[in-house]
Ligand binder design. Structure first.
Ligand code: DX5
Ligand code: ZN
Length: 217
């Protein structure tokens, strides 16, 4: 039974010329954490920002920073991201040959550890790292850009991951990311998600508070 749905606005859809103000606005509107999409132009066909920007926005809010690394060789940046003030660090399963080791390194740097999976990536690998993580991110779009449509075939995977988490008995967030809005949120919550990332469905509206409330309903 999922009772506590958390919402993490993705700043990818924010107005970057007023980034600090945008973060303060979603904090006031009831956001639970801030989702930070780091992209390198290799793993995904887009480039965003890195530790320098994260460190700078760390000053404007006390909300937890949930950072999603869509980069190759993520292990090289774990220390920098931790120093910048990230609380939960998620790496893409497809980028980690030594996934368990990377998750341990994230813990050693004082952060919670997460694993993200592209829509086509199977859940089987997860079985062997359940003890090593606090968050599983099921991508509901092909990563790289905001404002895309949810890939419906991923919904059964959310259910599968929910079962794995419940079986493990561990307190693990099931985060969904991509195409989440007031219409699709019902489907993903019913499938077992309890942490919703939303970019355009929040920053693309005028009233952040009602946008966040609509997602949680
Ligand atoms: C996709 C990113 C998402 C993105 C979601 O590559 O990981 O976090 O910002 O954007 P929306 O909510 O607009 O689909
Ligand atoms: Zn993301």
């Amino acid at each position: 039974m999922i009772s506590d749905i958390k919402v993490a606005p993705s700043i990818l859809a924010a107005d970057f010329s007023r980034l600090g103000e945008e973060i303060i606005a979603v904090e006031k509107a009831g956001a639970d954490m801030i989702h930070l999409d780091v992209m390198d132009g290799h793993f995904v066909p887009n480039i965003t920002f890195g530790p320098v920007v994260i460190k700078s926005i760390r000053k404007v809010t006390n909300l937890p920073f949930d950072s999603h690394l869509m980069i190759e060789n993520p292990e090289k940046y774990i220390g920098d991201v931790a120093d910048a003030g990230v609380d939960i660090l998620t790496v893409q399963m497809e980028t980690c040959v030594h996934l368990q080791k990377v998750l341990s390194q994230i813990h050693e740097c004082g952060m919670k550890a997460g694993v993200a999976m592209n829509p086509h990536t199977p859940t089987e690998f997860l079985e062997y790292v359940m003890e090593d993580l606090e968050l599983i991110l099921v991508l509901t779009v092909n990563p790289g850009f905001g404002g895309q449509k949810l890939v419906k075939s991923v919904v059964p995977k959310i259910r599968k991951v929910r079962e794995m988490i419940d079986r493990s008995g561990r307190d693990i967030y099931l985060e969904v990311d991509g195409g989440i809005n007031s219409k699709t949120c019902k489907t993903v919550i019913e499938a077992g998600a309890n942490l919703l990332v939303a970019g355009s469905a929040i920053f693309g509206t005028k009233n952040y508070k009602s946008a966040i409330e609509d997602l949680r309903k």
